[in-house]
Ligand binder design. Structure first.
Ligand code: TYM
Length: 353
């Protein structure tokens, strides 16, 4: 007996994003992504994922991976995401991600992946020796998002190209299987949404404190290049005071920041942390000593970040509580993703239920 499949349902608005558990979470991750996850949670249904399967595209020590996974979950919660209201979980607990990634490996074209700049950066010169997973990283990312048929994805600027690839994959899937999707009851033929990247906010690209032309990054060998979310007040103060600047005082007008990447970065960080406009900050500090501005930035950064760092440390100390939150989140994530995967199997022509 064949059980008739339920008709395919249209997608609904939903937010999805992910953060890798690969070491130091920093101010760029916070301002470009995590802070914005918090802002979205009141108005939207959100799914926030610690992407441990993405982490292993580069070698990870198992015990460190566990610690870092808990730490990212702790950062989500400490920053203000409510794990009861929204879903927080780690990717490897929900097998739909890996399953859909395989299907997308068969949808995406090699030429598309060859264009990914992040692979080129991460693989470096020794490309032959990079893992196949690092190369296929973006198809797993597309699967993360589309397993929930998510419509909006808050990310920093550096993820833009991956989001474009996700849209290409969604579009090709819808196109290749349009007849089948319609035959299964979805008239629009649009099974997957083309997810919108939300790359907004004042700081979609926070730069290194040592070099205003380079992105703030977990992998920068200099710890002085970034403010980590777990840095204490002394570390924050030292890093801001040592941050590279140029010899000129701050300008009084926004146009005066052009071609001054370090000054622009610090003012952008100030704006993002304070919620103030750049023009008002320059109105207050323009023409004055850099040190006066830096002192104010230290006070602001300590005020905003120290409570998050302290709460993260407290949460990470109670590993079993974090693990319980991730387990509960994974169950709720599965309840969303498993039906999507059943529909995908039906569309593809895989037999079984
Ligand atoms: P990851 O773990 O490198 O970074 C997490 C988030 O932080 C943002 N970010 C920054 N934003 C502003 N300035 C910076 N200097 C800065 N550095 C990092 C990143 O843009 C990101 O939003 N591939 C993703 C993880 C991922 C994902 C997903 C994201 C996997 N699956 C699905 C969205 C949807 C990554 O490596 O992020």
């Amino acid at each position: 007996m064949t059980i008739p499949a339920a008709p395919l349902t249209p997608y609904r608005p939903r937010v999805f994003s992910g953060v890798q558990p690969t070491g130091n979470l920093h101010l760029g991750n916070y301002l470009g992504a995590i802070k914005r996850f918090v802002d979205l949670q009141d108005e939207h249904e959100c799914v926030y994922c610690v992407v441990d399967m993405h982490a292993i595209t580069l070698p990870q020590a198992p015990l460190e991976l566990r610690r870092a996974t808990r730490e990212v979950a702790a950062a989500f919660i400490a920053a203000g995401i409510d794990p009861k209201k929204q879903i927080i979980f780690n990717q490897s607990q929900v097998s739909a991600h890996a399953e859909l990634a395989w299907i997308f490996n068969c949808i995406a074209r090699i030429g598309w992946l060859n264009r990914m700049t992040q692979f080129k950066e991460k693989a470096g010169k020794d490309r032959e020796n990079a893992s196949v997973g690092l190369y296929a990283y973006p198809t797993l990312m597309a699967a993360d998002i589309l397993a929930y048929r998510a419509t909006h994805v808050p990310v920093g600027e550096d993820q833009k190209q991956h989001l474009e690839l996700t849209r290409d994959i969604a579009q090709k899937f819808n196109f290749d299987f349009a007849d089948r999707i319609r035959a299964l009851g979805l008239e629009s033929g649009e099974f997957f949404p083309l997810p919108e990247p939300l790359i907004a906010g004042p700081a979609p690209r926070v730069m290194s404190l040592r070099d205003g032309t380079k992105k703030m990054s977990k992998s920068d060998p200099s710890d002085y290049s970034r403010i980590n979310l777990t840095d204490d007040a002394d570390a924050i103060a030292q890093k801001v005071r040592k941050a590279k600047t140029d010899p000129e005082p701050l300008p009084g007008e926004v146009a005066g920041l052009a071609a001054r990447p370090e000054a622009e970065n610090l003012v952008t960080i100030f704006a993002a942390l304070s919620g103030r406009e750049t023009a008002s900050i320059l109105g207050e500090f323009g023409g004055g000593q850099f040190s006066t501005f830096k002192n104010a930035l230290v006070d602001l950064a300590v005020e905003k970040l120290s409570p998050i760092g302290e709460e993260m440390r407290r949460l990470v100390d109670d590993a079993s509580a974090i693990d319980a939150i991730l387990l509960d989140g994974a169950e709720r994530a599965r309840a969303l993703a498993d039906p999507v995967l059943r529909q995908v199997r039906e569309i593809m022509g895989f037999l079984g239920r």
